[in-house]
Design a protein around this ligand. Structure first.
Ligand SMILES: Nc1ncnc2c1ncn2[C@@H]1O[C@H](COP(=O)(O)OP(=O)(O)OP(=O)(O)O)[C@@H](O)[C@H]1O
Length: 481
């Protein structure tokens, strides 16, 4: 809490139809609104970090607003590493201080209302607002988060399920891909404006962008606008590109954010590379590029080495139930093998593409960590690339050579201190245009030739390669604050 406050002016109005007095103050932690009911003395305080946003009420009173907010989490809950659905609140108020309304205006929710009105006037057959609830993302919070909060926010915004928006609960790992390919892509190509609220981790976005880029775009392609609510495990994109440091779990972005183009990477693989699915029990072919090269688009990261290994090894139902701890548990297993041997030394030739368009090969052919990323954070507190700014589109490479398990733990621990690992002299960190790995790992089963793209795992064949490049095509816009 801060120390100096601006003295608030008391204003009279109503809360849910009852006489009330408001005080709006500016504190070092941001603006704060207090109200007290005249009759009962009931009072509440709405602080910036619990505020979702304020929308004009549907009541026929220009002065009437609905304030959406959440309760401050209990001390015990805020200390938990795993996410807890906050307690949602809303009040309808008149006579609110103008500064508060201006500061908390829910622009994005109001844009959904406008779209609804336009669609209704055009007699659109199907809504172009979609809510996707990825039921198995993270520890399974998407469905309760929708039912306990989002549903009520949409009702408060005067939007009706079926006529204004459609909900889609994922039933399989293909649900998002099917929706994006069969509905969103043709409509985007027809120039239709679409808004998608995605309750998932990075995987839901990866499925969306790969489907939207699976066919050529028309000249009238209209990029769908996506709100990503962090319901996954790492939620790298949401934590790096949108507001997730308050207590609203991304809802303040849903209410108050603005769309911005989402930068992408394209990973190209040698023929024979396969996507591992169903806990690596099955393989699938990747979509081919125009020249037949297997490709996968991402918005977060492409890696090989320790990072890819721990993501791949922990992508099982048994690991997933640990939430974000799953990465730490898998990291220990990879760094301290049960037979007492040192961590694996990854062998391959790594080349970096500079801004002049020249590929330069690294001298080192033994590696522990090779990771190219567009974002700053891979988890809420894990800053892998401290120089990366939200949605700027710069690709950065983080890499280091073999170290013992303790050293890797120490260096990676520095990433939890705001990204201090990049100051360690053994860690390479640079901006680049692309990264290529030519694998020199001969193992039969390809365990050490696994590449992670935004959480998906691709296994490359013996003697194969991967190339990570920035992708210039417009695909989607991400709502950010
Ligand atoms: N009902 C379902 N049945 C099978 N698979 C599902 C179902 N719902 C979601 N999935 C799959 O679960 C995975 C969830 O990935 P997502 O990235 O959203 O979450 P995460 O891996 O927990 O988070 P992050 O990628 O941010 O660490 C996706 O591959 C998705 O296709």
């Amino acid at each position: 809490m801060g120390t100096s406050h601006s003295k608030g002016k008391a204003m009279k109005g109503t809360v849910d139809g009852k006489s009330a007095e408001f005080t709006f103050t500016t504190t070092p932690d941001g603006p704060r609104l207090k109200y007290k009911l005249k009759d009962t003395g009931v009072k509440d305080t709405i602080e910036k970090d619990c505020l979702i946003g304020t929308i004009s009420s549907k009541a026929n009173n220009a002065n009437s607003h609905i304030i959406l907010y959440v309760d401050r989490p209990e001390e015990a809950d805020s200390k938990k590493k795993s996410v807890v659905v906050p307690h949602y609140k809303s009040i309808t108020a008149t006579g609110l201080p103008k500064e508060f309304v201006d500061f908390s205006k829910a622009n994005f929710l109001e844009s959904l209302q406008k779209e609804h009105k336009q669609n209704a006037s055009k007699d659109a057959k199907e809504p172009n607002i979609h809510i996707v609830i990825s039921t198995l993302s993270g520890i399974g919070l998407a469905a309760p988060f929708y039912r306990e909060i989002i549903k009520h926010i949409l009702t408060a915004a005067n939007l009706t399920e079926g006529t204004d928006f459609l909900t889609h609960f994922t039933k399989s790992a293909k649900t998002v891909t099917e929706l994006a390919t069969e509905t969103w892509l043709p409509r985007a190509n027809a120039g239709v404006a679409q808004k998608i609220i995605l309750l998932s981790g990075d995987g839901g976005m990866l499925d969306t962008i790969n489907s939207l880029l699976s066919a050529p775009h028309s000249s009238s392609y209209n990029p769908p606008v996506i709100v990503l609510l962090p319901m996954g495990t790492g939620n790298a994109l949401a934590h790096s590109s949108t507001q997730t440091t308050d207590h609203t779990l991304g809802l303040s972005t849903l209410a108050q954010g603005n769309p911005r183009p989402l930068p992408l990477i394209k990973t190209r693989f040698s023929p024979g590379a396969r996507l591992l699915v169903d806990e690596a029990t099955r393989e699938e072919e990747l979509s081919p590029d125009a020249d037949g090269t297997p490709i996968l688009f991402g918005a977060v990261v492409a890696s090989w080495g320790f990072h890819a290994t721990l993501v791949a090894d922990s992508d099982t139902a048994a690991y997933r139930k640990h939430g974000v701890e799953r990465f730490g548990i898998a990291a220990k297993a990879a760094l301290f093998p049960s037979d007492g041997s040192p961590p694996h030394v990854y062998r391959g030739r790594v080349s970096v593409l500079d801004s002049a368009g020249t590929w330069k090969e690294m001298e080192r052919t033994e590696h522990a960590y090779v990771l190219a990323t567009l974002v700053a954070k891979l988890e809420k507190t894990f800053t892998v690339s401290p120089a990366s700014k939200p949605l700027e589109g710069a690709l950065r490479l983080v890499h280091f050579g073999p170290m013992d398990g303790e050293e890797v733990m120490r260096v990676m621990g520095l990433a939890y201190q705001g990204g201090k690992h990049v100051e360690d002299e053994r860690v390479g960190y640079q901006e680049c245009e692309g990264v290529r790995v030519d694998f020199e790992e001969d193992g039969e089963n390809g365990r050490w030739r696994r590449v992670c793209v935004d959480g998906k795992i691709v296994r490359v064949e013996r003697g194969g390669w991967v190339e990570i490049l920035r992708e210039g095509r417009r695909c989607v816009e991400l709502v950010a604050r």
